[in-house]
Design a protein around this ligand. Structure first.
Ligand code: IMP
Ligand code: MG
Length: 181
């Protein structure tokens, strides 16, 4: 099936994304000058963001992936956190940047950062492609943000999915209502 008409509007074009990711990469390279960085990317949504980001960071870098799921439930404020794919290498004493697609309620990153900290890295920061502050339920913020989205849209593309679909759109758009209603 064609990817045409998947979005009712485009929020961030491929050109805008390229520009913002470059800005983030350069900022990170400056902040970590003289250091090595381990990027821990969250599968699957951040795969495109991390691949573009690391190409814009001119430092010796390592890339690792984790896959997790958080099921929100009313009895536990942290939700139910499950690690499906763990780190491949040790991060002890290293400078870690966690790379995520969206910071939404904050449950995923809150749990992930707590887990990463338990492995005794030298430092931990967060790079989020999109920050959606309107829905935040955990007190957590990102150190590097590509775009801040004030509206509570459900968006797809550039790694973000709806039912595992539309990750390959080269832009970010608002999912057309007819696809989920
Ligand atoms: P949270 O911060 O724990 O609520 O979870 C954020 C995760 O929910 C992200 O990593 C995305 O996978 C997913 N997510 C949140 N908002 C959207 C959206 O608008 N489109 C696609 N996925 C989303
Ligand atoms: Mg995700």
């Amino acid at each position: 099936m064609s990817n045409q008409n998947v979005c009712e509007k485009i929020l961030y074009s491929n050109e805008q994304i390229t520009q913002e990711v470059k800005r983030l990469g350069e900022e990170i390279a400056k902040d970590y000058e003289g250091k090595e960085v381990i990027f821990v990317s969250v599968l699957t949504g951040a795969f495109m963001f991390v691949s573009d980001l690391v190409r814009n960071v001119s430092l010796t870098s390592y890339i690792d992936f984790m896959q997790v799921s958080t099921y929100e439930n009313s009895t536990e404020t942290s939700g139910n956190f499950v690690i499906k794919k763990d780190l491949t290498s040790s991060i002890e004493g290293k400078d870690v940047i966690v790379v995520e697609d969206i910071l939404d309620t904050g449950f995923t990153l809150y749990n992930l950062v707590e887990y990463i900290k338990s492995k005794n890295p030298a430092s931990v920061k967060i790079a989020a492609f999109i920050d959606k502050p309107a829905r935040r339920k955990q007190n957590i913020s990102a150190d590097y943000v590509g775009f801040t989205m004030e509206d509570d849209y459900f968006i797809v593309g550039y790694g973000l999915d709806y039912a595992q679909k539309y990750r390959n759109l080269p832009y970010v758009g608002v999912l057309s209502e007819h696809l989920y209603k």
